[in-house]
Design a protein around this ligand. Structure first.
Ligand SMILES: [Zn+2]
Length: 364
């Protein structure tokens, strides 16, 4: 098995196209065509993690945070980023990162946090727009099912918990081929009027090439009549933060204890207690102060995230209980996502969760 086979599996789950513009997810170091000897999974890739990979004979490290983030101008070992990269290259170890794309997909970082906290009824707190397109095509009746199925096969027609979604309506189309045309029905040089089905499906924009390829391969016309529209709709499967509910409400101190035992820090920082019970919880793995307003307007009782600044705690305005767990703490389970993905597909492949605690923040 090659490194690229593992990467493909991760990218099917968290397409790189869904990373934020400032991010640097992807294969950062190494050759994707190299034979994979084992994968070491971690939140951060540090020198200690590279050492661990060497010891475990893994030539692939998969991390959530990209070790190369804002670029490298030289590579002479003056800082930990350069030393980590140099060590990886010297030891033929590839480094791959799935960062904000893994944050943004519905089953990603936040779903793992929800699983640990015991929250259900999950939805994305701030879903993104303009990620969907619609294909409309006009097909002779005899081929409508075939075309629909071919589009479904590449992921068109998926909406939330539903797949194979489409809309069809009957009508008639006209066309007149010139003398070089090879019409599927009718005769060249003569006006044809044919019964056709208008088939509509939505799809994730990044699948456009596959969708069109399957359309053209299964539509019988020489010139395939089709329109593609960019949709303004929000896409419920991709975006920032998440919201979910506990089965039963709990009081605020029980809630804070629950958060502490789930993520394990010595203490959590929080805004003043509101003397109400907590049932609906918004949360965002990593640095999530940009979502405080969304959390409040969602009607959540509490918002769990990290890297909240002093003045941002004021933004709670007595409307929500903000809890800062620490960045490492709330994202520490993220490597389990990689483990589950790889294990499901390649059950016998050597895959290890890193035992290195990479948290640079200490408590005294
Ligand atoms: Zn993070």
């Amino acid at each position: 098995m090659q490194i690229k086979n593992i990467i493909e599996e991760i990218e099917r789950f968290a397409p790189p196209i869904y990373q934020e513009s400032y991010d640097n997810s992807g294969l950062l170091v190494g050759d994707k065509n190299a034979e994979a000897s084992g994968a070491l999974l971690s939140l951060d890739c540090t020198e200690a993690v590279v050492d661990e990979a060497i010891k475990l004979k893994c030539n692939l490290i998969i991390a959530h945070h990209p070790i190369i983030f804002s670029g490298l101008k030289r590579l002479n070992g003056t800082n930990y980023v350069e030393r980590t990269v140099i060590k990886a290259i010297q030891n033929n170890i590839a480094i791959y990162a799935a960062h904000t794309n893994l944050d943004n997909v519905k089953e990603g970082v936040n779903a793992k946090i929800a699983e640990k906290l015991g929250l259900s009824g999950l939805r994305i707190l701030s879903p993104k727009k303009q990620l969907l397109k619609k294909l409309v095509t006009f097909v002779p009746k005899t081929h409508a099912d075939g075309v629909r199925n071919a589009l479904f096969a590449v992921g068109a027609g998926e909406i939330g918990n539903y797949e194979n979604c489409s809309f069809s309506i009957e009508g008639s189309g006209t066309f007149k081929g010139n003398m070089s045309a090879k019409p599927f029905i009718g005769e060249k040089g003569k006006l044809s009027k044919e019964e056709e089905i208008r088939v509509e499906v939505i799809f994730e924009s990044y699948k456009e090439r596959d969708v069109l390829q399957n359309l053209f391969a299964n539509h019988p016309y020489e010139e395939v009549a089709h329109d593609i529209y960019l949709l303004e709709n929000t896409y419920q499967n991709v975006g920032s933060g998440m919201i979910g509910e506990f089965e039963k409400p709990m009081n605020e101190t029980d809630f804070l204890s629950h958060v502490k035992t789930t993520f394990g820090p010595k203490f959590v920082k929080h805004t003043p207690l509101l003397k109400k019970s907590i049932k609906k919880v918004a949360f965002c793995g990593g640095s999530g102060s940009f979502l405080i307003k969304n959390a409040i307007s969602s009607g959540a009782d509490a918002y769990i995230s990290a890297d909240i600044k002093y003045h941002e705690f004021f933004d709670a305005e007595g409307k929500i209980l903000i809890v800062d767990t620490g960045h490492f703490e709330n994202e520490q389970f993220t490597p389990e996502i990689f483990y589950e993905l790889i294990h499901k597909k390649f059950a016998t492949f050597a895959t290890y969760l890193s035992k290195i605690n990479t948290n640079p923040v200490n408590y005294f």
